[in-house]
Structure formats: structure tokens, C-alpha cells
Design a protein around this ligand. Structure first.
Ligand SMILES: [Zn+2]
Length: 370
């Protein structure tokens, strides 16, 4: 989705790969390469009196490792890295956590749910995708029998790009919502959101008017909010929308430092825009479901382009997330049919008044892998 909001971007491009750029006293920005349309992930360095804290680490691939080595030798002065903070457990955020914590023998900071989910996925590999739970999840959504196999092949092809889950450090320091980290002259408060990942940590410094937002608040692209076979009845979009409400209390003049796209002003506009976007997507689905639909057949409502198996997984997870929140709101009913598929039907008598079938957001071109 393209943004409708009036966001302000103080910088047009990320700093050249291998360099760091000071954004505010003690706050530095660097970018690491990412495959595909994302192009890069933004990482941040916070300067303490005796060393540096890294916020997020990039993919686990060799390229990113090489860039880190350049940064260690040319950008950090004589100070070591003394802590690695990962906002959440996705591969582009935790990819180099082990490498950096080994190199400097420094602790990893994460919330508990993110750390243990990362460890569990790293140990379990792709086997979770071939389980009977996975089969049942996708066949209930209307996917063909060979879909899991296709997905497996696709993931193997992409693991070379560093998109697979890396090995995690064997211990960590636990971050909690509301906790304050003192780094240099500044206090950073941990603000936890949920929906994109279970317990995503953002860092807010009120004095500097800066929020490091990870994937919790992104400009331009919408973070993936998906139901997965590991928790087939989860309601992540409910958590996501509640998190948007929580983050609306962020002061309006805050500079947001996201993990993708560019730093921006306009946090409240962006949160309102994201909420409106998901409400619109739900209404579009609800309008389609006046006749019963399986989840797979709702994908054209959300995504215009033909999707490969991996994009299909993200898109399907998102469609199901929207359906689950509407079930929670008593707007959609789900029934399991004899063919083993769930059918979704709109049940709100008020829908005819709320519907506006010709005025929806255009479907997104492809689901975003962050
Ligand atoms: Zn993410």
C-alpha cells in the first residue's frame, strides 16, 4: 500500500553501506543489504560511555557479515560493542546476533517471547512445515495437496540468501515493556507491541524525541501480520490494532527510526493510516463473504498479482488474520465443511449499510516479507 498520509522524511537515502550517520547525539544509522524490493534494512547504533549498543543486526548471510567487519574496523573509534538489542525474532533482525555477541562477548537483549521463539524456530528448521498440523492448516484454507511441498522447495532456495533462522546465542538479557535502558546521557524506554511478532520491542527516548520502531511502525509498506500453522487460531491482527492504539500516545513530534524504508515524522498519522487500511481490507473481505468463501479465494481481494508459493503463504496468513479478527467481532462466521475446508460467511445484518464496494484501497501488488 502506498501511504496516504503526509509523512516527512528528513533524509532521502540511507547512509552508504559500510558507513554510519549520526542522526542525533549518540544515535547513528546504518544500512545492511537485503534481497528483493526492500533493498536494505536499517540498523542503529547507540553510543554509551564505554562502547556501543547495536539495535538489530541484518541477515545471517556472508555479505552482511563482511559489512559488519568493515564497520567494526573503521566506524566505531576505539570503542567495542557492549550490547546487541534485537527488536524481534525475524531473520533480518537477528541474523548476526550470534556473530556480534561472540566477537565482543557482549550480551543479547530481547523480550522473552521473541528470544524463545527465535530459538525454537532455529532448532526446528523447516520440519514444522511438513507436519500434519501444517497440512491441515493449508487444506482448511483451500490450498492444493502439493502446496506444502512447493513451499518447502521455495524456502530451501531462499535459505541461501540468509532468510533462514540463524543459530541464537545460548543466553540473553530479558527486555520488558516499560523498562528503561540508560545509554550514554539518554534514557530509552522499552515499548512492546504485538501482531507482527509476539513481543516486539521498540525503544523510545523522550528527551531526544526519537523512537526506534523496528517493524512495529513502518512508513510506506505494511508489516506482515499473519496466522501460521504453529498457532492456527491466533488473532494477531487484534494485537496489531491494539498496539497501534497504544503507540498513538507517542508524542507527535517524534522522529521514527524504522527497520525498513526511511526515518520519518508523522507517527500518529501513520498509525491512523495503518488502522484505516486494515479496517478497509476487512470490509472488502466482508463484502466478498456475502457468499461463502474459502480463505484462498479471498486472496484476489487483498493482492492483485499472481503469487509464488512463498508470497502465497504470507498472503494467506494475512487473509486469515483479517478473517479471525472479524470472527472475533461477530462479523464473519466460520464453518468446517465435509471437504475439510473452512467457509467464511458474513453475518452482520448491518453490512449493507457499511459496505462501499467501489471505494476500497487498491489491492497490494505483493505481500511484504517483513
Ligand atoms: Zn519483522
Amino acid at each position: 500500500m502506498e501511504t496516504q498520509e503526509n509523512l516527512v522524511y528528513p533524509w532521502n537515502t540511507p547512509p552508504p553501506v559500510g558507513t554510519i550517520k549520526e542522526l542525533a547525539p549518540g544515535v547513528y544509522w546504518l544500512a545492511m543489504p537485503m534481497p528483493g524490493s526492500l533493498g536494505h534494512i536499517n540498523l542503529y547504533l547507540l553510543e554509551d560511555n564505554t562502547g556501543w549498543y547495536v539495535v538489530d543486526t541484518g541477515l545471517s548471510n556472508a555479505d552482511t557479515g563482511r559489512v559488519w567487519k568493515e564497520i567494526f574496523s573503521s566506524q566505531l573509534g576505539s570503542k567495542p560493542i557492549i550490547g546487541v538489542i534485537c527488536t524481534h525474532m525475524h531473520p533480518d533482525h537477528i541474523g548476526q546476533a550470534s556473530m556480534i555477541t561472540e566477537e565482543f562477548r557482549c550480551p543479547l537483549y530481547m523480550t522473552r517471547a521473541e528470544y524463545y521463539q527465535a530459538r525454537s524456530f532455529a532448532n526446528n528448521g523447516s520440519s514444522r512445515r511438513s507436519s500434519w498440523q501444517g497440512q491441515m492448516f493449508y487444506s482448511r484454507a483451500g490450498m492444493p495437496d502439493n502446496y506444502l511441498e512447493e513451499l518447502q522447495k521455495m524456502w530451501q532456495a531462499h535459505s541461501a540468501e540468509g532468510m533462514s533462522m540463524p543459530t541464537m546465542p545460548s543466553g540473553y538479557e530479558c527486555l520488558e515493556d516499560g523498562q528503561v535502558l540508560t545509554i550514554g546521557d539518554h534514557e530509552w524506554r522499552v515499548v512492546v507491541g504485538s501482531g507482527h511478532s509476539p513481543e516486539h520491542a521498540c525503544l523510545h527516548c523522550a528527551a531526544l524525541k526519537i523512537m526506534i520502531s523496528g517493524d512495529q511502525i513502518l512508513p510506506i509498506i505494511t508489516s506482515n501480520v499473519s496466522v501460521h500453522p504453529t498457532e492456527p487460531n491466533a488473532n494477531p491482527l487484534k494485537s496489531w490494532m491494539e498496539s497501534h492504539d497504544k503507540f498513538l500516545s507517542t508524542p507527535a513530534d517524534t522522529l521514527v527510526l524504522p527497520a525498513h524504508n526511511l526515518p520519518f515524522y508523522g507517527v500518529r498519522e501513520r498509525l491512523r493510516g495503518l488502522t484505516a487500511h486494515h479496517e478497509d481490507r476487512m470490509l472488502a473481505i466482508e463484502e466478498a463473504c456475502v457468499v461463502p468463501h474459502v480463505a484462498k479465494d479471498l486472496l484476489p481481494v487483498l493482492f492483485a498479482r499472481k503469487l509464488d508459493p512463498r508470497q502465497m503463504m504470507m498472503a494467506l496468513g494475512e487473509a486469515i488474520a483479517h478473517l479471525h479478527l472479524m470472527m472475533h467481532r461477530n462479523r464473519i462466521q466460520r464453518t468446517l465443511h465435509d471437504d475439510g475446508q473452512y467457509r467464511f460467511l458474513s453475518i452482520d445484518p448491518d453490512l449493507t449499510r457499511r459496505a462501499h464496494p467501489h471505494a476500497h484501497d487498491a489491492p497490494q501488488d505483493t505481500p511484504v516479507m517483513v
